[in-house]
Design a protein around this ligand. Structure first.
Ligand SMILES: Nc1ncnc2c1ncn2[C@@H]1O[C@H](COP(=O)(O)OP(=O)(O)OP(=O)(O)O)[C@@H](O)[C@H]1O
Length: 626
């Protein structure tokens, strides 16, 4: 009953702490606690995403929560194995445990939870193999296992009938992809040593001849003799051509982009060749952008091996920035994948002379070269200290590259939601409010370029940070370059309610997204992802519901609460965020006003001397007992 649900939750709270400490244990019913929903007087939903939970999940908790349908403990710091009594949650449909430190094998009892629809165990430390037990999960639609340490081969009979979303990338799997998973794209499998569709055949380039429709056995002796003689002649002819070609090549030895093009494509791992480089979630193992670009261009005949024809395309540089490198340098650079975005894949490229740049390979560019040039020139002309500068671009039929300055500290998103483990620099108020201000100034600058100029895709992965944590806004102006098929779809949590076409985003809609970004900075929570549509927090609604109940302190990231004497300013920034995320565009402030208000509240917080109070637990208790 509800009583045992309640004691189970309290047992959970004393084991894993975090923001569950805000639960008001004097209340008889747990149904109003943050993250808890009830139906029919039983707990049915337990959502504690990014609540700073840590330690092991105890046994004896889930055995009591027998009616629970959704458990979300994603993005916490939970460790150890999953408790076996999770098996008692027989109504469980959604289990989101991604972004923790869970370890051990994927436990067999999960396969007895026949109602499971969504299972996300990504970004943990699960090891061991992938079991056929998944086949029992006949309702499972989502299975995310990426970024773990799973080993071995897939059972060939692996077949989860309803599976729609699937990812096992960045594990240590090898062997062939089972037939029933071959309809998923490479993205679902990257960072393993797998072969067979969607990768190259496990058997190299040998093609197995197809059976002749009318039956080879009917061929007459004469026909067979003809085929044999024909084959021998063809073979001799090929041999002669090869010899001639070899002679020619030897007399003309020279390194060229075409040679670079023969670099092995990284996505096609040869079993057994894999090194253990996938820690830290990195994908790249020495893959070069160059290889792919060169391959495309070489295939196209656009780069002349000897440069004689002069058709070779050049990198086009912006502004008066000196051309410190050229296409050749870029093609020779070693590169590593930074991530995949809506508009393509971003790489970090280290040029031979040590310069580091970020290269974005755009996909789905459908506009003409002239139009592309016009639009990209406008982007390149933007010049502000809070924007990521675009240095150069490259345009050919098959390849469109953008070269940006590389931002050492990565994105705000990674900083807020990435590495939660030890050794992470806590993001204090100083840093966060400075990032808010920098980002606001960057967007304000864009808006000052004209009433119709907007960013269109403001989110934390597009706020990048320099070595000294200065914020720079990236990805502006790209939505107009690509075709409608790659309109941003991952921004649901940031998108203003009035936006229907993601490529037509007004300045006021930018302000809304910026408001969500501020909420993210203050709460440490990630807004809803469209991909996990049943999951995530609708930040504006969540914050408003809590502020309405005068539990304002509860929204703040625990890391921020260490700095109690800036709470006043935090509340002011929260108010600004809520104003920005107003449902009606007219009610939202302009970016210029946003900048002014952040400057103002930062001035007042910096006037006083703020000593951090490092005793976290005391702070949280102070707040919860107020
Ligand atoms: N100039 C850069 N310096 C450092 N990291 C970068 C740079 N540009 C992009 N990144 C990182 O590379 C990853 C992919 O970036 P990309 O812009 O392609 O996609 P995204 O921001 O995740 O999504 P979208 O394309 O929808 O904006 C992100 O994690 C981003 O933080």
């Amino acid at each position: 009953d509800l009583g045992s649900d309640r004691s189970a939750l309290l047992a959970l709270r004393s084991a894993v702490g975090g923001r569950t400490l805000f639960w008001n244990a004097t209340e008889a019913s747990p149904c109003s606690w943050v993250g808890v929903n009830c139906e029919g007087n039983r707990v049915t939903v337990l959502r504690l995403p990014a609540m700073a939970l840590s330690g092991q999940l105890p046994t004896g908790v889930f055995g009591n929560l027998t009616r629970v349908r959704t458990i979300s403990l994603r993005f916490n710091a939970l460790t150890g194995q999953l408790p076996t009594d999770l098996a008692s949650c027989v109504n469980l449909r959604n289990l989101y445990l991604q972004g923790n430190f869970f370890s051990g094998e994927i436990p067999n009892f999960l396969f007895t939870l026949r109602d499971l629809v969504r299972l996300n165990l990504a970004s943990n430390k699960f090891s061991g193999g992938i079991s056929l037990g998944f086949n029992n999960l006949t309702r499972l639609r989502t299975l995310f296992l990426e970024n773990n340490q799973l080993t071995g081969t897939f059972p060939p009979q692996f077949d989860v009938p309803k599976l729609e979303q699937f990812n096992v990338s960045n594990n240590l799997l090898n062997g062939s992809v089972p037939v029933k998973l071959q309809s998923f794209t490479k993205d679902s499998f990257l960072g393993n040593s797998l072969c067979g569709r969607p990768f190259e055949s496990c058997f190299g380039n040998v093609t197995i001849p197809e059976e002749n429709g009318n039956g080879g056995k009917n061929l007459s002796g004469g026909a067979i003799a003809g085929i044999v003689i024909g084959s021998v002649l063809a073979f001799l002819l090929i041999l002669v051509i090869l010899i001639v070609l070899c002679r020619k090549k030897n007399s003309n030895k020279k390194t060229s982009a075409v040679d670079i093009a023969t670099v092995k494509h990284p996505e096609v791992e040869i079993p057994g060749e894999k090194t253990g480089e996938i820690e830290n979630g990195g994908y790249g193992n020495g893959y070069s952008v160059a290889a792919a670009a060169a391959a495309a261009m070489a295939g196209n005949g656009k780069v002349e091996a000897n440069g004689a024809g002069g058709v070779a395309k050049k990198l086009v540089f912006f502004g008066n920035a000196a051309r410190v490198f050229d296409l050749e340098d870029l093609l020779r650079a070693s590169a590593e994948v930074l991530g995949k975005g809506t508009f393509g894949t971003a790489y970090k490229a280290v040029l031979e002379m040590g310069t580091v740049v970020a290269v974005k390979r755009l996909k789905d560019v459908t506009i003409s070269e002239r139009e592309f040039k016009e639009k990209i020139e406008a982007v390149g002309a933007m010049d502000h200290e809070n924007l990521v500068p675009l240095r150069a671009y490259y345009y050919s039929r098959d390849e469109k590259l953008l070269v940006h300055d590389y931002m050492t500290m990565g994105s705000l998103s990674a900083l807020l939601h990435g590495n939660k483990g030890a050794g992470r620099t806590p993001l204090n108020w100083e840093i966060r409010s400075a990032i808010a201000l920098g980002a606001a100034r960057g967007v304000e600058y864009l808006h000052s370029q004209g009433p119709n100029v907007s960013h269109g895709n403001i989110k934390s992965s597009n706020i990048l940070l320099t070595k000294s944590y200065d914020a720079r806004v990236s990805d502006f102006g790209l939505a107009h370059l690509v075709g409608p098929s790659s309109t941003p779809n991952r921004v649901a949590g940031y998108r203003a309610p009035e936006v229907t076409d993601p490529r037509k985003v007004s300045q006021k809609a930018d302000v809304y997204s910026f408001g969500v970004l501020l909420l993210e900075l203050l709460t440490g929570k990630a807004p809803t992802h469209a991909l996990l549509n049943e999951e995530g927090v609708d930040l504006p609604r969540w914050v408003q519901s809590i502020v309405r109940e005068e539990w304002t302190s509860e929204v703040f990231d625990l890391e921020l609460l260490r700095y109690q004497n800036v709470e006043e300013e935090m509340v002011q920034l929260l108010q600004l965020a809520v104003d920005c995320a107003a449902p009606y565009p007219d009610k939202r402030p302009s970016m210029a006003e946003v900048v002014m208000r952040i400057e103002e509240l930062r001035r007042s917080s910096l006037r006083e001397d703020h000593d951090p109070q490092p005793d976290l637990i005391n702070d949280t208790e102070d707040i919860s007992s107020r």
